[in-house]
Design a protein around this ligand. Structure first.
Ligand code: NIG
Ligand code: FE
Length: 385
């Protein structure tokens, strides 16, 4: 089944065939064939297709690639958010509250709640989402979190080393995570991640878990430098991680290490918003040539948003990214952070994942914050709304 989207006023391809850093084509059309893009070019030369969507001059973008989310959990922590807005600091200690609620939930409840968040994200233009475990922290609870995540995405991440569970000895817990827990989880995971930060895992503990995961064939990603400067970013680079995530507290040496590497710096402005923390400055990263992604970090504690447009607006207003840099980071950047070349860009052969905006330009995503600008989402070539 083929589909023609025509009368596109501004088509963001992120591909070198178009103009500027976003590869923009004007007065364009896209033809999809099943799950893939078959043709892109001037609307006047568009071939026929079985069905047609008239974009009526609107902007069309690749679907957002949310490369960092924690969607398998039960309960919420609205009271903790309220306390923070009244001046309390975020320490990550509330993770254990969500762990208790998650362990008490049934598989069905967890799947339905995570599915609702995926649907919520999709309505806001997200067509690829990564989902982490990390609210189970026992062998059985981590494995079931990943089984549930795998029903919703192919981008599943084992985060048994999220925090040390209440009452456990840290070194014994690390041995559990890199031993029996990894054995049980690796079949359901594509990636391994560790929260390497103050109050979570130190550099040596993080290295032990990440190396064990890599040995099992999992790709590496790291929660790094969120709460304090530390070894996380440099460890990520040393281990060839696809992504170092948060990067809120970076030293010049961290920026240099990222600049000489293939590790993407994934910025998560929803976390700074929701923990009332200072935003990282994206400028030194971008100016040094570091590849940057934007993601939601959607979770009930530090960033309970599934909205990539919200993160784009924050990145532009608070992190010194241009609208073009932010949109690229939320699409092609996320794809790089997941080492995917079939999403995040629109070109023949890529997945037919795209959004039609209720706006004439991608600029409106930052210019009109909080406004529902996603008119239509195509996922695997199928219109979602
Ligand atoms: O990425 N930083 C570690 N983990 C999550 C927060 C989890 C929580 O507070 O529940 C994050 O921000
Ligand atoms: Fe996170």
């Amino acid at each position: 089944m083929s589909l023609l989207i025509d009368d596109i006023g501004e088509l963001v391809t992120n591909d070198e065939t178009g103009a500027g850093p976003l590869g923009i084509l004007r007065d364009a059309a896209v033809v999809t064939d099943g799950e893939r893009i078959a043709w892109i070019g001037p609307a006047a030369r568009a071939p026929q297709a079985d069905t047609r969507i008239d974009a009526a001059g609107a902007a069309v973008l690749p679907g957002f690639v949310d490369s960092h989310a924690h969607l398998v959990f039960a309960g919420d922590r609205a009271a903790e958010f309220a306390a923070r807005m009244a001046g309390e600091a975020y320490t990550g200690g509330g993770i254990r509250t969500t762990v208790a609620a998650t362990r008490a939930a049934t598989d069905d409840e967890l799947l339905r709640a995570a599915g609702r968040l995926v649907a919520e994200a999709r309505r806001q233009g997200t067509t690829t989402v990564e989902i982490k475990s990390g609210y189970g922290l026992t062998v059985a609870d981590e494995a079931r979190s990943l089984r549930i995540a795998g029903q919703l995405t192919g981008e599943t991440t084992f985060l048994g080393a999220h925090v040390v569970p209440a009452g456990a000895d840290p070194d014994e817990y690390v041995d559990l995570v890199r031993g029996p827990m990894l054995d049980a989880c690796a079949p359901y995971a594509k990636w391994v991640d560790v929260f390497c930060d103050r109050g979570a895992f130190d550099g040596a503990q993080a290295r032990a878990v990440l190396e064990a995961g890599a040995k099992r064939g999992l790709g590496v990603r790291v929660h790094a430098n969120q709460l304090a400067a530390g070894p996380g970013v440099r460890l990520a680079v040393e281990l060839g991680a696809a992504s170092a995530d948060h990067c809120t507290h970076l030293t010049p040496a961290d920026v240099d290490a990222l600049a000489g590497s293939a590790t993407v710096a994934t910025l998560l402005p929803g976390a700074e918003f929701s923990t009332r923390s200072s935003y990282p400055d994206a400028r030194p990263l971008l100016d040094a040539g570091v590849r940057v992604a934007l993601a939601t970090d959607c979770n009930p504690g530090s960033s309970y948003t599934s909205s990539m447009p919200f993160c784009i607006a924050l990145a532009v207003r608070e992190m010194r990214m241009t609208p073009a840099e932010a949109v690229f980071a939320a699409t092609a950047g996320g794809a790089l952070a997941l080492r995917r070349d079939d999403v995040g860009r629109l070109r023949p052969g890529a997945k037919a994942d795209l959004t039609v905006l209720d706006a004439p330009s991608y600029l409106h995503l930052a210019y009109r914050p909080g406004v529902p600008l996603i008119r239509t989402v195509l996922h695997n070539g199928v219109p979602q709304c």
